[in-house]
Design a protein around this ligand. Structure first.
Ligand code: PMP
Length: 312
């Protein structure tokens, strides 16, 4: 039992009472969109990283799926800050919009969309209360998706963080895990590199240039955007382009980007070492610069922070 409260449609509800019915449309049809952000300690108190961009992506996800979210960006921003102030010590925020009604067909009669904001510490509030342990690897051994890991169908927009979109990546990743890998890299419909199930992918060539798949088939990761900007700011060339999977093996470094991990080095792909099989210097440098931004140490990027306790 945790004392956490979850903000649901304006009310703060006890963690254990924040439920939908088993037969709700969101559970039965996957009609839920979400976004996930990080709250970090900074010299000026806890700060949400790129709150505005996360909420804009959240609203875009809802629009792509056709969920009419009843709140605009500013009201959502206020909800996130209210949830954070009610849950001191929270390290992450998950915001979701979903159809809570029980329905008889796939198109809901009652299309009311609920909005919930959960602010919590994943380690204390979830991992420590779980019966299992999370799979955690500081560096990744990755497998490139195979024939059976179907590429994303055209009908599921990759730019929406919708619950139903994660089913096929989950299956591919679970299969890779059973084969002893940490992660899987998914391909787009032209068999080029796309992204991980919950991450974007970057390559560093032998000249130190940074490459990442263009946005056509991948989620516009907030970390991806930040790393592109930080790398350019550090004087590196960044190319957003089509990348055939075989090119991975010509690269000096490979890394994934996610809100939870920042820059996550990949040291092996399909059993072959990348570089010398340890995190490379460019990945480490970008991670350091990224951390300086998220922890409020690099004031050039302070505009990416929303302080939880600052008067607005
Ligand atoms: N791609 C997908 C499909 C994801 O779910 C995520 C995680 N939100 C990412 C990429 C990385 O996005 P971000 O950097 O915003 O966490």
């Amino acid at each position: 039992m945790t004392a956490r409260k979850i903000w649901i449609d304006g009310a703060l509800v006890d963690w254990d009472k924040a439920q939908v019915h088993l037969l709700s449309h969101s559970l039965q049809r996957g009609s839920l969109v979400f976004d996930y952000m990080k709250v970090n300690p900074t010299p000026k108190g806890p700060a949400v990283f790129r709150l505005k961009e996360h909420l804009e992506r959240f609203l875009q996800s809802a629009e792509l799926i056709g969920l009419p979210v009843p709140l605009g960006r500013e009201a959502l921003e206020a909800a996130v800050l209210a949830a954070l102030r009610a849950n001191v010590g929270a390290k992450n925020v998950k915001i979701c919009a979903y159809i809570p009604s029980i329905e008889v067909e796939v198109v809901p009669m009652d299309a009311r969309v609920a909005v919930a904001v959960a602010a919590y510490d994943p380690e204390i509030d979830i991992v420590q209360k779980s019966v299992g342990k999370p799979h955690r690897a500081p560096t990744l051994r990755v497998r490139i998706a195979r024939e059976r890991d179907k590429p994303r169908p055209k009908s599921m927009p990759p730019h929406a963080k919708a619950a139903a979109s994660y089913l096929s990546p989950m299956t591919a990743k679970w299969r890779a895990r059973k084969e002893g890998f940490d992660e899987v890299l998914l391909l787009d419909e032209n068999e080029n590199l796309a992204e991980g199930p919950t991450s974007n992918v970057f390559l560093v060539d032998r000249e130190g240039n940074v490459l990442t798949p263009s946005l056509q088939y991948v989620l516009s990761g907030i970390t991806r955007r930040s790393i592109i900007e930080i790398a350019r700011d550090a004087g590196r060339q960044v190319f957003e382009t089509e990348i055939a999977p075989a090119r991975i093996f010509e690269m000096a470094e490979v890394f994934l980007t996610t809100t939870t991990q920042g820059v996550w080095p990949v040291v092996e792909v399909d059993g072959q070492k990348i570089g010398d099989g340890t995190p490379g210097p460019v990945s480490q440098d970008l991670l350091k610069r990224y951390q300086d931004a998220v922890y409020g140490r690099d004031l050039c990027f302070e505009h990416w922070l929303t302080y939880v306790d600052a008067p607005k």
